[in-house]
Unconditional design. Structure first.
Length: 303
C-alpha cells in the first residue's frame, strides 16, 4: 500500500486505477491525479455514484470523460479501494481511514464498507499492542458506533490526554459515534482514574518518607500530596505506563539525580526504593486504564 501512504506530490496510482487498467471514465482529484474506473462497478456501490454515472454518455477509447472531485489523491484512492471489489491493501493507517470517514456522508458510502475498513485498522493496532495510536478520539467514537467492545477498550487507553472539556472533541465524539454514550464512558473513566490516584500515592508511603519540615503541618503535607498527585496524573497518561523505579516514575528523583518535582534532599532519603517500586507497580496495575462502560452489544470482535 505504498501508493496510499505517499503525499500527493508525485502520487503514484496503482492498478486497478492506473491508466493501463480497464476503465470507461476518469476520476480526477483536486491535485490533478487521475484514477481510471469502471462505472458499472461503482454504480452498485453507492447511491451517489449511481446518480452521478447513470446519465454518462457512451465514451470512446480515445476520449474518456473526466469527473472532478474536491478531495486529494489519497482520499479518492482510499474511497475507490473500499468501494471496488478488490483486496484491501495493507497496512492501512488510521489517518487514511479517517479520510474515508470524512467523505462517508457526501458519497453515501455504505456502512458495511466503513465497518470493514475500521476492522482492518483496528486489527493492525491490536497487533502492535503498545504502539502509538493516531487520532484516538476519532477511532474510539467509531469503534463505539460499530459496537466493537474489545476495540473500544483498547483505544480508550490512548485517550487519557484528550481534553474532554474541549467542545470540539465532545462534538467529534458525538457526531462520529451518533450517540453521547462514548463521551459518558470516557468521563466516567476519568472519574475512576482521579479517585484511584489516592491508591497510587499511598503506595509511596508519604507520611513515612516526607521530611519533618514538609510534614509538620497538615497544610504543608497536603500541598506535597497535591504535587505528588499532579506528578502521578501526568506519568499515568501513557496507555501502558511502565514503572522501573518509584522515585523516577513520579519525578521525585531522576536517574541523573535531578528532581523534576520540587522536593528537598531529605524527603525520601534512605527510603527502600525497591519496596516502594514494587508497591507502586502493583498500584499502577490496579489503576483504571480502559472504559468500563461499553456498547450494549459486541457486534464484531478481533481476537
Amino acid at each position: 500500500m505504498a501508493e496510499l501512504m505517499e503525499g500527493t506530490f508525485g502520487y503514484v496510482v496503482s492498478p486497478p486505477f492506473d491508466s493501463a487498467s480497464p476503465g470507461d471514465c476518469y476520476f480526477e482529484s483536486i491535485d490533478g491525479t487521475q484514477f481510471k474506473v469502471l462505472r458499472h462497478i461503482l454504480v452498485d456501490t453507492s447511491p451517489y455514484f449511481a446518480d452521478l454515472l447513470k446519465e454518462m454518455p457512451p465514451s470512446t477509447s480515445s476520449e474518456l470523460p473526466t469527473f472532478h472531485f474536491d478531495e486529494d489523491a489519497q482520499t479518492i484512492h482510499a474511497l475507490l479501494v473500499f468501494l471496488y471489489p478488490v483486496h484491501v491493501p495493507g497496512p492501512l493507517n488510521a489517518t487514511l481511514f479517517l479520510k474515508l470517514v470524512e467523505v462517508e456522508e457526501k458519497y453515501r458510502i455504505p456502512e458495511t464498507s466503513v465497518a470493514y475498513a475500521l476492522s482492518a485498522v483496528i486489527e493492525i493496532l491490536l497487533s502492535r499492542e503498545t504502539g502509538h495510536v493516531e487520532r484516538a478520539i476519532d477511532l474510539f467514537s467509531l469503534t463505539w458506533r460499530f459496537e466493537a467492545r474489545t476495540a473500544c477498550q483498547f483505544i480508550s487507553r490512548h485517550t487519557h490526554s484528550a481534553d474532554l472539556t474541549d467542545k470540539t472533541i465532545v462534538t467529534k465524539l458525538v457526531q462520529r459515534s451518533k450517540t453521547i454514550e462514548p463521551y459518558i464512558a470516557l468521563t466516567d473513566l476519568r472519574r475512576q482514574r482521579e479517585l484511584a490516584l489516592d491508591d497510587v500515592i499511598e503506595a509511596l508511603e508519604p507520611r513515612k518518607h516526607l521530611c519533618p519540615s514538609h510534614s509538620s503541618s497538615d497544610k504543608m503535607f497536603f500541598t506535597f500530596i497535591s504535587m505528588m498527585k499532579t506528578a502521578a496524573r501526568n506519568a499515568l497518561l501513557a496507555p501502558f505506563p511502565t514503572c522501573l523505579d518509584a522515585l523516577t516514575f513520579l519525578g521525585i528523583q531522576g536517574t541523573d539525580g535531578i528532581r523534576t518535582v520540587t522536593w528537598c534532599s531529605s524527603c525520601y532519603a534512605g527510603a527502600d526504593r525497591a519496596k516502594l517500586t514494587k508497591q507502586l507497580q502493583e498500584a499502577i496495575a490496579r489503576y483504571p486504564q480502559v472504559v468500563s462502560i461499553v456498547p450494549d452489544q459486541d457486534a464484531w470482535r478481533i481476537d
